[in-house]
Design a protein around this ligand. Structure first.
Ligand code: 3NM
Length: 214
């Protein structure tokens, strides 16, 4: 699946430990609210592993297929290949994007970057998009670097990097606009959607915040 930069607009990420209701119910409501891409990130306490993780992935992939949005797997390249996911998202500690690209047969490769050098390397390695954060304070991931704000996004654009960019970390309906204004194509969120009382409505409002600031 080729990726269009518009597909990063409202990029929902979740694993089973992030959701108040079942992850299927949560993802379906988020899809109904208009998310444009989904990443299965099964990490942390009580995370599924092995066949349970795979079966969960396959169920979520089916919902994304039905809605025609990309289904991306975080880190687990083997799982992504096995189930034919639309792509993978990798961090700096994972293998290089160039090596992942060879394994996933035309799929989307996203890379987390925190500096200009990492961004340039990701591009040289053939990444389809880069994610950068934490833009704001987040309680969801505890091993992030310091809060970065939107400076790197602005620098990437000022230096004419045209790669699709998504911001991540602490992004809400109220603070999404500056991320787009800085030059990002979209926002990645976990808790703003996964922990919302009304998941569909949260996705609707986040999308409006992103589109309103274009
Ligand atoms: N990566 P929430 S921050 C998965 O900075 C992840 O690279 C980050 O969750 C990074 O939207 C983060 O609930 C957590 O803040 C995002």
């Amino acid at each position: 699946m080729l990726m269009k930069r518009e597909q990063l607009a409202v990029y929902f990420i979740a694993g089973t430990p992030n959701c108040k209701r079942s992850i299927e119910e949560t993802l379906q409501a988020a899809i109904d609210g208009g998310i444009t891409m989904f990443q299965f990130r099964e990490k942390g306490k009580d995370a599924l592993a092995g066949s349970a993780k795979k079966e969960q992935a396959v169920r979520l992939q089916a919902l994304c297929r039905e809605a025609n949005i990309p289904f991306i797997v975080n880190d687990d390249i083997e799982l992504a290949v096995e189930i034919g996911a639309d792509g993978v998202h990798i961090g700096q500690e994972d293998e290089a994007a160039s090596s992942v690209r060879g394994k996933i047969n035309g799929g989307i490769v996203g890379v987390s970057v925190h500096t200009m050098d990492e961004a340039k390397k990701a591009i040289a390695d053939g990444a389809d998009y880069v994610g950068t954060g934490p833009i704001y304070q987040t309680g969801t991931k505890t091993d992030t670097g310091p809060v970065a704000g939107t400076a790197l996004i602005k620098t990437m654009r000022a230096q004419n990097l045209t790669i699709p960019i998504v911001g991540i970390g602490g992004i809400t309906i109220d603070n999404a606009a500056p991320v787009i204004a800085a030059g990002a194509d979209g926002v990645s969120v976990i808790s703003t959607i996964s922990l919302a009382d009304d998941v569909k409505q949260a996705a609707v409002e986040l999308k409006a915040a992103v589109e309103g600031s274009n």
